[in-house]
Design a protein around this ligand. Sequence first.
Ligand SMILES: Cc1ncc(C[n+]2csc(CCOP(=O)(O)OP(=O)(O)O)c2C)c(N)n1
Ligand code: SF4
Ligand SMILES: [Mg+2]
Length: 350
Amino acid sequence: MSYLKPLFRHPKLPKNKLGYTLKEYEGSLSTLCAGCGHDSISAAIVQACFEMSVEPHNVAKISGIGCSSKTPTYFLGNSHGFNSVHGRMPSVATGASMANKDLVYFGVSGDGDSASIGMGQLVHVIRRNLNMVYIVMNNGCYGLTKGQDSATADQGSKSKAGSINPFQAIDLASLAIELGASFVAQSFSGDKQQLVPLIKAAMHHKGFAFLNVISPCVTFNNNPGSTKSYDYVREHIEATSTLDFIPEMPEIKASYEKGKSTKIAMHDGSLIQLNKLETDWDPEDRISAVNALQMARAKNEILTGLLYVNSEWKDLHGVLNTYHKPLNRLKESELCPGVENLNAINAGFR
Ligand SMILES: Cc1ncc(C[n+]2csc(CCOP(=O)(O)OP(=O)(O)O)c2C)c(N)n1
Ligand code: SF4
Ligand SMILES: [Mg+2]
């Protein structure tokens, strides 16, 4: 059957700390259109998880509906997965995280899934600072239902059929910063060099990590006049910084020109090393990040890189002060307070 991948592995394939090859992080063969940006993002997730030596069974992938939301089938085939309902991925992820806070959560969504039907869910998962990596594979259209303009399609952008989008676009990265997302990044599916370290940093961030990734739809939105086509994005991309992710603080060998580099410590001691291209922009200052996005927009540029990060804010479990052990691992002895305590609680209600 053509959708099954051969199980053969070359004996000399590189292995990570766990002794796994890249193959252990792949999924089924993709059924997306050849050249779809979403497949490149899946490949970046596979690469990031391989390089981070993540145990696949410690990862949960949750998605909504759309071509983008199909992709969890094509990566991390040995992880937990739940393909939910259109726009409802955040509430499923919230429930799963409440039951087991020890997994790495990948939420995968599309611009239709997140910016229209799922907008209500997106804004609340941001303000709750759920500890997850939320990836929007943003192609400016509803790919799965044949390319209608989505709410992220730019005003004036031309569809394949020739119509001009009359409405303003929702800028998801600005929205996420405004609503208090504690990690906001933007990238392009065709820039694996930037995307892989961003995904790694997002996985280590304890809180809501939002990644808006421009991901051209080759079938319905790659025409001249579209602002989400490969050609347009390549011509209008502007990076804030180049980025290295350094897990658990080994010696830092790289050195950068004074005033152009920033190190950001994460809660677990990992570091993000940024080589800033924009000297007057500070990724730990929300206003500075919003200004940088607005200025890029005014110049019709797509700003990519790590835009904003705050490692101080508590994630949802921290705010709720939940028990240190995941709830799904509690035994009866830990869950049942005992007759005496129950009687005392009941007496308190009389
Ligand atoms: C409740 C509901 N409404 C509408 C649909 C039809 N539908 C399926 S996918 C989709 C849009 C997908 O667009 P997007 O999230 O941008 O994903 P893409 O296919 O572009 O990756 C729509 C409207 C649906 N499946 N369920
Ligand atoms: S229709 Fe567009 S988004 Fe869907 S798989 Fe094809 S290229 Fe990708
Ligand atoms: Mg889309």
